[in-house]
Design a protein around this ligand. Structure first.
Ligand SMILES: [Zn+2]
Length: 302
């Protein structure tokens, strides 16, 4: 065969192969390594949010599992340009707070579709104050506080002293906290991937102990609680929620930078984010995890 014909034949062959060969299916996002995480922030009644977002970004990256992007909403009012491309991420972490303006309708719909379709979501501290009027969001977080939440939002959920999980439909406001203090976290589910191997009781660094949260609390598991002297109830401190095919990790801890320096907060955030992203946990329990008697913090310098 003359060289020219050979070249043409080769080209045709390659073209034929590329037409016939099926395009490789993109990997599902939970299988893409490193895992792609997104922190969203921009409106939070906690003035420390510009410090706590980089802290959480660092915590996730420290695992070696995640790369983290941040998308920040306009500081005031509604932001028509707030349109993160959720579907590019294995997990989304909210560092929004009380009084955050509603996201654009298109963004809310995209977020619902993202989580329902199998995306991971992590709600931290005042993220459970956000969006009291967004039903799907309240289903995702399970329990929320403030913003007019009351018995119409769903039950209070807590453990009694004798270890019974109660869904209490009594009338009353949702969301409260006492003065900041160190408090003990009690693990209620030692088999869940997030809490497996974590000390059964551990001292959390100074924080607000959120009490009296209320919400739909459907498909929700309470993994850990803290005893609240004010309500005399054991209030949920780590929750997981199934929303469609998606997984949600909710920690009401994390009021201030020093609260987020608690190794218990750091390590459960890392493990919870991995679980929300993949359904599994490979992040080991930290060697410096707090114990029943002693809080343990890593000073961030923030
Ligand atoms: Zn707070």
């Amino acid at each position: 065969m003359r060289p020219m014909f050979l070249a043409i034949a080769l080209c045709l062959g390659l073209l034929w192969t590329s037409i016939l060969a099926p395009a490789a299916e993109p990997l599902p996002l939970h299988a893409v390594k490193p895992l792609q995480a997104l922190i969203v922030d921009g409106q939070n009644n906690h003035g420390c949010w510009p410090k706590t977002t980089p802290m959480m970004k660092q915590y996730l990256e420290d695992t070696g599992l995640f790369t983290v992007d941040v998308v920040t909403h306009a500081p005031k009012g509604e932001d028509p340009d707030f349109k993160p491309d959720f579907k590019n991420y294995a997990v989304v972490v909210s560092n929004f707070g009380h009084g955050a303006a509603p996201w654009p309708a298109e963004t809310r719909a995209a977020f619902e579709e993202y989580v329902k379709g199998g995306g991971g979501f992590v709600a931290v501290h005042a993220a459970d104050n956000s969006f009291p009027d967004w039903p799907a969001y309240n289903e995702m977080i399970g329990l929320g506080g403030w913003g007019g939440r009351n018995e119409k939002s769903g039950p209070y959920v807590y453990y009694t002293d004798d270890g019974k999980l109660v869904r209490d439909t009594a009338a009353g406001a949702g969301g409260s906290h006492g003065p900041q203090t160190e408090f003990a976290i009690i693990v209620r589910d030692t088999a869940h991937p997030v809490t497996k191997g974590v000390p059964a009781t551990w001292m959390h660094a100074k924080d607000e102990l959120y009490d009296s949260l209320r919400g739909p609390a459907e498909h929700m598991q309470v993994l850990a609680t803290a005893y609240c002297p004010k309500t005399k109830r054991h209030e949920p401190m780590i929750m997981t929620i199934d929303y469609g095919k998606g997984r949600v990790f909710h920690t009401p801890m994390g009021h201030e930078t020093y609260s987020m320096e608690c190794v218990g907060f750091i390590n459960t955030l890392q493990r919870g984010a991995e679980w929300a992203a993949t359904g599994k946990v490979s992040v080991p329990v930290a060697a410096d995890f707090p114990t029943a008697d002693k809080a343990s913090s890593r000073i961030s310098g923030k």
